[in-house]
Design a protein around this ligand. Structure first.
Ligand code: ACM
Ligand code: ZN
Length: 749
């Protein structure tokens, strides 16, 4: 009878699509054509007869604490009623708001999501709370909606992890991947191997600043911690109460320095080394001998005791194989098992673990390197080095969780502001996350079915406390939730609008230190006649105090000035061999710290540069202009101030404005081996004038200024890199990237 009434309502009431305040956006949201609201006095009367226990708990706790709505359970005159639907997809729910609120759901989980969406539909005023008369119909797009957190590089309390779980549940994530072990700390109590935590859980020092800074500085202070098995069991239950599965990760055979510090005999050469306080990838890995495999299986036994998750993550990424090459036991295994090389040895190790997990009824998950050399049939591949690993895994009939760095690495920078707190590098803005599609192009319908979903990763080298984790996770995690949940995610502009009007205030209310990048003024450097312009853009009319300081004694711009949003400041290029360095500081009362830019004015500023070889489109900046815009590529790199090429032979030409007498040049490139970015090997310079095009120089690459003479109209640079990254380095055997910025030219009169 109830269902009958429900159907009549749907067909007799006229509804119109409207913008929904709920994020991630439901599949369907319509408001009643005749308008109207359902209002109540901050107290919701609920008939709990059709309400599952976890949703009831959520209503009681969450509504009072975060929505500010009191709950009152009653059988009579209820505002909110529930009913279970049969024969609908397992995660479907609907909300009908008219003279009463009716939630219909297909599973306990979908009821939880319905209640959650309902909490976001409520508008609270001084006098009353209300919901627009409306209809919501919803179900998730992807099955794996995950966030990963590294608790090894930095350690967070279980209270903080619970706050994260609350936020993830609110945005309808259902997987929380805990990266429990790595080189810099072992964070899970294993009863059989107590030294894993007593020794492996603590380091004596931690690097200060970016790990590429020279000279390196360390904070010499014991740092660490670990979770007891009881802590973790409690956390598992807390997450399950919110329909989130915690997927534990135990890294092997790489990223194992903390384990090896505690049990050095598990390494190839039994060398005793400490738990390191420096980030990066280490040469020390687990030996592949029987004893190590046995230990890892014992560890996994205890892990499976704590975590009911079907999925157990075993890492498998960035394994340096040098030590295996010189280890008699590893070499013996290669012979005995008839393996071709160390790559197959890695595959052997992973397969042994995979078979063990399978025997225990669990499913192995690993980073995409585990594909190299074959895998147990049911293993799941997490594709982090772009989409390619995921595509190969799908073709080999493996299920895949997409987590490509360019969209899903929330340890990257999220804005160009020079004031972003230090991060590892890279650039993954909120909009970029929103644009992510976990399904790569070119897959068949069948192949698409292997993509379980995706995951955002929080590696915490540069997140020393939980407040910084919040800053890096939010609001990007909400954009990822939109990608993973919503079948129809809408436009980025609409998403940003809902975020700003409804969700960022919610995050403020809950005390979440989310990134304010959406509100930062934008400073842009653009080409201008014989020089460059600096423009300040802001979303609201604002005045800025701008102070430009230069190293010129008699410069004209040493004074402060006022600029309003939209104003530009012009820099005319210098001539001959003169360079001038400026420090530009932009401040006003809304900025916590001034925005500071360093600009070098040089004689090639805004010369016309043609990129005959195209940079990778993720790192193409403003194309040729980026090389001569006066803004130098910085370390750590943020992806926008460098031109990044995924090839080892790059050609570009520079127009010398009608012919000039050259005296020298300088081309700076980036070295960041951990990101597979290497310096070029060789540089060729060709000059064009009345005599035609001639090669004038071939030298090994250097970052120093090179003297060359000649009168040319056009210069052509050819920059060549290595074919392959050397063995023993991250990305060994792959072609390195080349990142460039900036190009300076000097002239004679
Ligand atoms: C990874 O980022 N090394 C999986
Ligand atoms: Zn070995």
């Amino acid at each position: 009878m109830k269902l009958f009434v429900f159907i009549v309502c749907q067909f007799t009431v006229l509804l119109t699509f409207a913008q929904c305040p709920v994020l991630p956006s439901p599949n369907v949201y319509k408001v009643l054509d005749q308008g109207g609201i359902f209002s109540f006095n901050h107290e919701l009367k609920i008939d709990s007869s059709g309400l599952p226990k976890k949703s009831k708990q959520f209503l009681e706790n969450w509504f009072a604490k975060f929505v500010g709505i009191q709950i009152h359970f009653t059988q009579h005159n209820a505002d909110l009623v529930f009913s279970k639907l049969q024969n609908v997809p397992p995660h479907y729910y609907s909300i009908n708001v008219n003279d009463q609120i009716r939630i219909q759901y297909s599973s306990e989980e979908s009821c939880f999501y319905a209640v959650n969406s309902l909490s976001q539909l409520i508008v609270k005023n001084e006098d009353e709370s209300y919901i627009l008369k409306s209809f919501v119909s919803d179900l998730p797009n992807f099955e794996w909606r995950g966030i990963h957190l590294d608790v090894s590089r930095h350690f967070f309390t279980t209270t903080e992890l619970k706050k994260m779980i609350d936020l993830l549940a609110f945005y309808k994530f259902n997987k929380f991947h805990l990266h429990l072990t790595d080189d810099q700390g072992w964070r899970i109590e294993i009863k059989k191997y107590p030294k894993l935590t007593s020794i492996g859980g603590f380091r004596d020092s931690t690097v200060i600043g970016h790990y590429t800074d020279q000279p390196r500085k360390y904070e010499v202070k014991r740092y660490g911690g670990f979770y007891t098995q009881n802590d973790l069991k409690d956390l598992v239950q807390y997450a399950l109460d919110r329909y989130i599965t915690i997927v534990p990760e135990i890294e092997m055979p790489g990223h194992s320095r903390a384990l090896l510090a505690a049990y050095p005999n598990m390494s190839c050469h039994s060398e005793v080394k400490n738990v390191p306080g420096l980030w990066g990838v280490y040469e020390e890995v687990l030996c592949t001998k029987k004893g190590t495999l046995k230990m890892m299986k014992h560890i996994l036994d205890e892990v499976m005791e704590i975590f009911p998750s079907n999925y157990i993550h075993i890492g498998g990424d960035e394994v340096m194989k040098n030590q295996w090459r010189t280890c008699s036991k590893c070499q013996k295994t290669i012979k005995k098992k008839n393996l071709k090389n160390e790559d197959e040895l890695q595959s052997y190790f992973i397969n042994e673990i995979g078979k063990y997990l399978q025997k225990k009824g669990r499913t192995m998950v690993g980073w995409d390197e585990i594909l190299e050399g074959g895998l147990p049939k049911n293993a799941v591949v997490m594709s982090w080095r772009g989409f390619q690993g995921g595509i190969e895994a799908v073709k080999a009939s493996h299920q895949v969780v997409m987590s490509p760095g360019e969209f899903c690495y929330f340890d990257h920078y999220q804005s160009n502001s020079p004031n972003e707190p230090i991060a590892i590098g890279g650039f993954t803005s909120l909009e970029r996350v929103f644009q992510f599609n976990p399904i790569p192009e070119g897959l068949s319908e069948l192949e698409k079915g292997y993509i379980l979903g995706a995951q955002g990763n929080l590696w915490t080298e540069y997140m020393p406390d939980f407040s910084q984790v919040e800053y890096m996770a939010f609001p990007r995690a909400i954009a990822l939730a939109q990608v993973l949940w919503s079948k129809n995610k809408g436009s980025y502009q609409d998403f940003e609008g809902i975020l700003k009007s409804k969700h960022l205030p919610l995050l403020d209310h809950w005390g979440v230190n989310y990134a304010k990048a959406l509100y930062y003024p934008q400073v842009k450097f653009t080409p201008a006649q014989n020089g460059i312009n600096m423009k300040i853009d802001a979303q609201t009319p604002q005045r800025f105090d701008v102070f430009v300081k230069s190293n010129e004694v008699y410069g004209s711009m040493n004074n402060g000035m006022t600029m309003v949003a939209g104003d530009t400041l012009y820099f005319e290029r210098t001539t001959l061999d003169k360079t001038v360095d400026y420090r530009i500081s932009i401040s006003n009362e809304t900025l916590k710290n001034p925005i500071v830019y360093h600009v070098r004015n040089h004689p090639a500023l805004n010369f016309e540069v043609q990129l005959m070889t195209k940079p990778n489109k993720r790192f193409s900046g403003q194309n040729g202009f980026t090389l001569v815009d006066g803004i130098y590529g910085k370390l750590p790199w943020k992806g926008s101030d460098w031109l990044g090429f995924d090839t080892n032979d790059i050609r570009l030409s520079v127009d010398l404005n009608g012919g000039k007498m050259l005296s020298g040049f300088k081309l700076d490139c980036l070295l960041d081996a951990s990101s597979w970015i290497h310096l070029p090997q060789e540089i060729e310079v060709w000059g064009m004038n009345q005599d035609g095009l001639n090669r004038i120089l071939v030298i090994p690459y250097t970052r120093e200024k090179i003297d060359i003479n000649g009168n040319f109209e056009t210069l052509i640079f050819r920059v060549k890199g290595k074919d392959k990254i050397e063995m023993g380095q991250p990305g060994e055997g792959k072609m390195p990237w080349i990142f460039m910025d900036e190009l300076e030219l000097y002239f004679k009169d």
